[in-house]
Design a protein around this ligand. Structure first.
Ligand SMILES: Cc1ncc(COP(=O)(O)O)c(C=O)c1O
Length: 386
């Protein structure tokens, strides 16, 4: 029998009645866009991180673009980001005409290597063509990046720091959230994420009140903010005035209602994912090239459980033959994708990224993976001797 890779139905069974009631309440209220559930969710998302503000939006990609827009990124600016991540992390940078500069990862955590970031900044400064402006660190597969080291570099260089925590919302480092270091954290509520909704959704979290206000404006076509209203005397109803070029990027109220129910069980689900990860590591550590390593002091939310195997493709075919799904995140690093051809780094600058893409394999991972099903996966991996 085939196993699910991520079992969203198991979670649905747990909270089905509450979610259905919450959805129906929105349907009956008629407040489908930016209804009260959206504001309540934003409050809870910020509170979860001990941060001051959260602004929701249509997806995790817009969440990344919005701060870049708010900071006025433009052609000639450089944004440093990993290449070993989902394409969205880098693809928003050219939306603003700016250039992504790719940085290597650490071999054990797959997150941004601070030494490679340092080298990339020095290279860009020496070339003199681009102005370093911002860094996007990613909490890949659910675990926090090395924020203390990355933040120290950003402070030294005067760079803004975004935590792309689309896969890692809820992760911590020494009990602190990415927003304790980053100017802003962004997340995605794509259904497969640890905190996912029933469609598309995203949010930003920040302690910067002015930035939050600007992003609230930019997500609705650059509408008038309370600060704008206090500073200027408008002759028209400000509701229909647009002060800056923005976008339409709002979270549906129904999705906010779903997420409010999911937040109630989120802490428990992180613990369940941790248990699954611990069992995988105990069963697999002596049989594969690498099992995941979390940064010291880090709590991953285990969006994925990713092993490395010398014969990754052979192992994947072997598992598939036994009804066990697996995924390769990411087979082609971003700097080797067609769209990024114009921003390819000098050859040989991303060796760890290129090596990881050859060996990584994500195994079934979700909070409700039974021990029996997990044992099936472990036994199948251990039995493979290709
Ligand atoms: C690291 C990362 N950043 C950004 C995104 C974009 O999120 P969305 O699909 O909600 O636009 C994703 C989602 O897959 C992601 O994994």
């Amino acid at each position: 029998m085939s196993l699910p890779f991520i079992d969203l139905q198991a979670q649905r069974t747990r909270i089905e009645n509450d979610v259905n009631t919450a959805i129906l309440a929105v349907v009956q209220s008629g407040r489908y866009v930016l209804g009260p559930e959206v504001g309540e969710l934003e409050k809870q998302l910020a509170a979860w991180c001990g941060a001051k503000h959260s602004v929701s939006c249509a997806n995790g990609t817009d969440a990344l673009a919005l701060p870049l827009m708010a900071w006025g990124l433009r052609p000639g600016d450089a944004v440093f980001c990993p290449s070993f991540t989902f394409v969205a992390t880098a693809q928003v940078v050219p939306w603003l005409g700016a250039a992504p500069v790719f940085v290597d990862i650490l071999p054990d955590t797959y997150n941004m290597d601070p030494a490679s970031l340092d080298a990339a900044i020095a290279r860009v400064k020496a070339e003199g063509k681009l102005k370093p402006k911002a860094v996007i660190a990613v909490d890949l597969f659910g675990q926090p990046a090395d924020y203390p080291a990355i933040k120290a570099i950003c402070d030294r260089e005067g760079l803004k720091l975004i935590a792309d925590t689309a896969q890692g919302y809820g992760c911590t480092l020494n009990s602190k959230h990415p927003t304790d270091w980053a100017d802003i954290a962004t997340t995605s509520f794509f259904p497969a994420k640890p905190l996912g909704c029933y469609g598309d959704g995203g949010a930003i979290i920040t302690n910067d009140s002015r930035l939050a206000e600007l992003i609230e404006s930019l997500r609705v076509y650059g509408k008038v903010t309370p600060t704008d209203a206090a500073e200027r005397n408008f002759h028209h109803d400000p509701k229909y005035l647009s002060l800056r070029v923005g976008m339409n990027s709002r979270l549906d109220t129904i999705q906010a209602a779903v997420l409010l129910e999911k937040l109630k069980i989120f802490a428990d689900e992180i613990q369940l994912r941790q248990k699954v990860a611990d069992r995988y590591s105990a069963g697999l550590k002596d049989h594969v090239r690498r099992v995941p390593k979390v940064i010291d002091g880090g709590q991953s939310v285990w969006a994925q459980y990713v092993i490395e195997h010398e014969n990754r493709d052979g192992l994947q075919a072997h598992l598939s033959g036994q009804g066990i799904p697996s995924m390769v995140y990411y087979p082609v690093p971003i700097h080797m994708q067609d769209f990024a051809a114009g921003w390819a780094p000098p050859a040989g600058t991303l060796p760890v990224t290129e090596e990881a893409s050859r060996y990584v394999l994500a195994l079934p991972m979700h909070p409700y993976l039974s021990e029996a099903d997990q044992d099936r996966v472990i036994e199948a991996v251990c039995a493979f001797n290709g």
